[in-house]
Write a protein that binds this ligand. Sequence first.
Ligand SMILES: Nc1ncnc2c1ncn2[C@@H]1O[C@H](COP(=O)(O)OP(=O)(O)O)[C@@H](O)[C@H]1O
Ligand SMILES: [Mg+2]
Length: 260
Amino acid sequence: MDLTFKAGGRPIVDRVSLDVHPGEFLALVGPNGSGKTTLISMLAGLKRPHAGTTALDGRPVEGIARRDLAKMLALVEQQAGTGERLTARHVVELGRTPHLRPLSPLSQTDHAIVAAALDAVDMTPFTERLWPSLSGGERQRLHIARALAQEPRILILDEPTNHLDVEHQLGLLALVRSRGITVVAALHDLNHAAMFADRIAVMDHGRLVALGAPAKVLTPERIAETFKVRAFVEASPNGRCLIRYAVPATRPKDPIHEAS
Ligand SMILES: Nc1ncnc2c1ncn2[C@@H]1O[C@H](COP(=O)(O)OP(=O)(O)O)[C@@H](O)[C@H]1O
Ligand SMILES: [Mg+2]
C-alpha cells in the first residue's frame, strides 16, 4: 500500500495505507482538495500511484484486465458523464457490459438485473427518458443504478449524494449498505458517515489522519483540526455519533448567534 500520487511535483495523496475489509462500508471524509478523489482513482485502478500499490485479493489492480476488474469493482465518479442520446435504461444497461460476451445481446437475466437496479433507485418511471431531460439528482441515481447492475463485490462512490434530495440521500446510503457488499464512499456529510459507515477514514492535505469507528474518529478535536469547525458530538454506545455544528463566529451581530 503506502499510496502516493503527485501532481505538479507535490504529493496530493501522501503515503496512505488503507486496508478495506470485505463487506464493510468505509466512508472517506476530508475537506475539499484533501485527496479523496485521487485516492479513490487509485483504489479503482484509474490512476497509477507514483509509489505504492493497490491490491485486490492480493493481486495488484494494474495487473487485472479492465473487464475482469469491472466484474469485481464498480465506480461512480464525482463528475460522471454519459452519452447524450441514451435513455435511462441504456445507461443502466451499460453496467452489464463487463458480463456480456462481445456483441452478444442482453439476456433475460440481464434485463431483470437492469430493471431491479432502476427500481432500487426509484427510477423505473424514467426508464425511457433521454439523458439530457433528466435532473442532476436523477442522473446521479442512474449512475448508481448502472453501478448496481454491474453486480460488483466492491462499490466505490465519490460524493454519491451530491445532487440528491434528503429522501434519496438517505435512501441511497441505506440501499448500498443493505447490499452487503464492500462500499467505499467519499462523503461530505459527517452525520451521514456516522450513520452508515462501519469505519471512517479522514483525509487531510493528502494524509490519512484518522481511521476507525465513527464515534472514535469524529471527535470535536478532530473536526476542529481537520474541518476548522466547532462541533458538539453526542456519542452513542453502538459506536455511532451525532454531530451538531456551532455557527462560525464571523458576524457577532447576526441574530442566528443570539438564537443558538
Ligand atoms: N492533475 C492535477 N494537477 C495539479 N493538482 C491536482 C491535479 N489533480 C488534483 N490536483 C489537486 O490535488 C488536490 C486533491 O484533489 P482531489 O483528490 O480531487 O481532492 P478531494 O476529492 O478531496 O476534493 C486538490 O488540491 C487538487 O486541486
Ligand atoms: Mg473529490
